[in-house]
Design a binder for this molecule. Structure first.
Ligand SMILES: [Zn+2]
Length: 288
C-alpha cells in the first residue's frame, strides 16, 4: 500500500515516465577537464547516446504514440543541436540537467548559480521556453538549488528520494513538487562500466538488467503508484537492451491502464492534488 496515494486520470491505475538523461560526453569532459577531450574511448561511448541511441528511442516513442521526458546538460544541447530538434519534434519534454554535468557540490554556490543560469539561457534559446523540471547530476541537489528552482518558477525537481510517488517539498522559499527517482530503477548499476570515473560494476545481460525495472513496475502497477526509471541513452539505448525494453513495454502501452506522460504533466497533475501530497521539509542548510 501507499501512504499518500494519488488519484490518476480516469481509467489509469498508475503514472509512468521512462526518463532519459542524455549526458553524452559531458561526463568524461567534466570528470577530466584537463585531458577528457583526448580520451576518445569514453568520449565516443558518450557520443553514441545523442547520435545513435536517442533516434532509436524516439522511433519507439513515435510508434507507441507516447511523449516522454529527456534531461540534458545544456552543453550537450549545444553540442548536439540535431538531437534537441528531434526530441522537440516528437513533442517530448527537455528538462534542466546542469551546464556540463558538474556536481553542484564541486563549486561555490556563486559559480553553481552562474552555470545554472547559463544552462537556462541555452534552454530558452534552443527550446523557446524555460524548462519546467530539473534533475541534478548524480541526484546531488542542494538546499540552495531547491531554493533557486522555486525562485525561477520551476514546477518540479526529480532528484530526491523521500517517497516513491510525487510529493511536495517545502523550503523557506516556497514549495515545489518532487518526482522521486531511486537507484533501484536507475540503469547505472546494471549496465555501466566507466573506469575513468571510478565506476566498475559487472555488466549484466539485458534480460537480467531490465528485470529490476519490471519488478519495480509490477509493484507500482499493483499499488497504483508512479514508475519512473532513470535511464541513459548510451546504456539502455544499446541495441539488445533497447530491444528487450521495447518488447516488454509494448504490451503495457497497449493495455492502456498506465498513464505514460512527460514529467511536466505528471507534476502538474500532482500540483492540482496538492492537498493529498505527502510534505517533506527542506531546511535552508546551516549558514556558513
Ligand atoms: Zn546525468
Amino acid at each position: 500500500m501507499l501512504l499518500h496515494p494519488l488519484p490518476w486520470p480516469t481509467g489509469k491505475r498508475l503514472a509512468a515516465s521512462i526518463t532519459f538523461d542524455v549526458d553524452a560526453d559531458s561526463l568524461i569532459r567534466n570528470a577530466r577537464p584537463d585531458d577528457g577531450h583526448l580520451r576518445l574511448h569514453p568520449v565516443t561511448m558518450g557520443r553514441y547516446g545523442p547520435t545513435v541511441a536517442v533516434p532509436r528511442i524516439l522511433d519507439t516513442w513515435q510508434r507507441f504514440g507516447i511523449r516522454q521526458t529527456f534531461f540534458m546538460p545544456a552543453w550537450v544541447m549545444e553540442t548536439y543541436p540535431a538531437t534537441v530538434e528531434a526530441i522537440l519534434k516528437g513533442g517530448h519534454e527537455i528538462g534542466h540537467h546542469s551546464w556540463r554535468h558538474e556536481d553542484p557540490l564541486g563549486h561555490s554556490d556563486d559559480r553553481e548559480a552562474e552555470l545554472f543560469g547559463r544552462a537556462m539561457d541555452t534552454h530558452v534559446r534552443m527550446t523557446g521556453t524555460k524548462p519546467r523540471g530539473y534533475r541534478a547530476p548524480v541526484y546531488n541537489a542542494t538546499p540552495a538549488i531547491i531554493g533557486r528552482l522555486i525562485d525561477e518558477g520551476f514546477l518540479y525537481d526529480s532528484s530526491l528520494m523521500a517517497d516513491e510517488i510525487p510529493y511536495l517539498m517545502r523550503h523557506p522559499k516556497g514549495e515545489i513538487i518532487e518526482l522521486p527517482p531511486h537507484w533501484g530503477a536507475d540503469d547505472w548499476p546494471p549496465f555501466a562500466h566507466f573506469e575513468e570515473i571510478g565506476y566498475l560494476m559487472p555488466v549484466r545481460a539485458p534480460s537480467d538488467g531490465i528485470r529490476a525495472f519490471q519488478e519495480e513496475y509490477a509493484a507500482m502497477h499493483a499499488a497504483g503508484g508512479f514508475f519512473m526509471p532513470v535511464l541513459h541513452p548510451f546504456l539502455t539505448g544499446r541495441l539488445a537492451r533497447w530491444a528487450a525494453m521495447e518488447a516488454w513495454l509494448a504490451p503495457l502501452v497497449e493495455a492502456g491502464d498506465t498513464w505514460f506522460a512527460p514529467l511536466e504533466e505528471i507534476a502538474a497533475h500532482a500540483a492540482r492534488h496538492r492537498d493529498l501530497l505527502r510534505v517533506d521539509t527542506i531546511a535552508e542548510g546551516d549558514p556558513a
